[in-house]
Design a binder for this molecule. Structure first.
Ligand code: MG
Length: 376
């Protein structure tokens, strides 16, 4: 690890774990967190969960697993430049999507709708629930018993009524304080990763075209550079050369602007970070360009009729599963004492559905609703 800045998170200023454990041998506390995340069941399931394209649509599209690895890679580069804790940003990045439902945001919206009378469903809170409660790997505690700073980084945002129920983890939302710079880096690395890989996947799927994207300033600038440098280049290499330049520009801008913010606010300690407004940020110009790209993707990719059709199917699957398990808890493949009350059963069902991969949800739906001979 590189030299840490005084305002970076380190073991000495960490608020530690909920349950006492002896210090790890030969690795840092945050490396241990990362290792626990990688060994978790929820992490392995990310391989078959998607954000935009459903898992079976093609082998080349990002899954939540490859997305999380890309986020970790981008976040580590930024952290290294800013002398922040690389192990911590890696742990947060790898865990940030653990609570996502199958079928991306369509799945989360459907499950949130199903849960509206029972406290709702929110993927960020669910990610914390996975690492604090749902993983069953240790004899002495539920969850993974991660360090406070890792859990804080996973909980990117949170409603105030929910924050009030979360103890020390919710405090910063109630007090209007900022999370560590490592948490802020992981958050923005997530944005850089998905905006750019959605351009790549969107083009590969044929749902958007380079001609359309040439109207987006961030893309246009880099596409032009590629055409000027390699006038004869065509096909996929044009896309990859453009996307890698975009990522590089965004990462470099983020590092420079964030370093300037840290200097301007005279940040010396982790406490200074928590008392300051968010410091990890793009410059105004790149922030604007990044938003334009996001807007483009919303209109042309996320709301493309083929994506909308898949989302509608996904939502129907989630609603059907939720309704059938709520109506008769005996259909669940496991029984738990909490299913005796409606609210208890709703949370158990939500946890079960949220933990499903895309293909597991499709198969489970078929097992319950299809009547063909081979579906039971
Ligand atoms: Mg993400």
């Amino acid at each position: 690890m590189n030299d840490l800045a005084h305002y970076a998170v380190c073991e000495a200023n960490s608020r530690g774990r909920q349950f006492y454990e002896a210090a790890p041998q030969g690795r840092s506390e945050f490396q241990r967190d990362r290792d626990r995340i990688i060994h978790s069941g929820a992490f392995r399931r990310l391989e078959y969960k998607t954000q935009v394209f459903v898992n079976h649509e093609g082998d080349l599209f990002r899954t939540r697993l490859t997305h999380s690895i890309e986020v970790a890679q981008i976040a580590r580069s930024i952290a290294r430049h800013l002398h922040l804790n690389e192990d911590l940003v890696e742990a947060i990045s790898l865990a940030h999507d653990l609570g996502h439902t199958p079928f991306g945001h369509a799945g989360q919206d459907a499950l949130n709708g199903c849960m509206k009378d029972y406290g709702g469903f929110e993927h960020n809170l669910q990610s914390v629930r996975v690492v604090d409660v749902l993983e069953e790997r240790y004899a002495q505690f539920d969850g993974l018993n991660l360090c406070f700073e890792t859990r804080e980084g996973i909980l990117k945002h949170c409603r105030l009524d929910q924050a009030a129920l979360l103890g020390e983890l919710g405090e910063r939302f109630l007090n209007g304080r900022s999370p560590s710079l490592e948490a802020q880096v992981a958050n923005l690395a997530d944005e850089i990763a998905y905006n750019n890989h959605d351009v790549d996947d969107g083009l590969r799927s044929g749902l958007i075209t380079l001609e359309q994207l040439a109207g987006v300033p961030l893309v246009a600038k880099h596409l032009q550079q590629v055409h000027e440098t390699y006038p004869d280049l065509t096909g996929r290499r044009v896309v990859h050369e453009t996307v890698r330049r975009m990522i590089n520009t965004l990462v470099t801008d983020l590092i420079n602007q964030s370093a300037a913010n840290i200097a301007a606010q005279k940040i010396q300690t982790l406490d200074d970070v928590r008392n300051a407004p968010p410091l990890i940020a793009f410059s105004a110009e790149l922030n604007h360009q990044q938003r334009e790209l996001k807007k483009f993707l919303h209109i042309h990719l996320y709301r493309h009729y083929r994506v909308m059709r898949m989302s509608a199917k996904a939502q129907r699957i989630i609603r059907d599963l939720f309704a059938v398990f709520m109506a008769d808890g005996r259909l669940l493949p496991f029984q738990s004492p909490e299913t005796q009350t409606d609210a208890g059963r709703a949370r158990v069902v939500a946890d079960y559905i949220a933990g499903m991969t895309d293909r597991y949800a499709i198969r489970e739906h078929k097992r319950i609703f299809a009547v063909e001979e081979d579906s039971i």
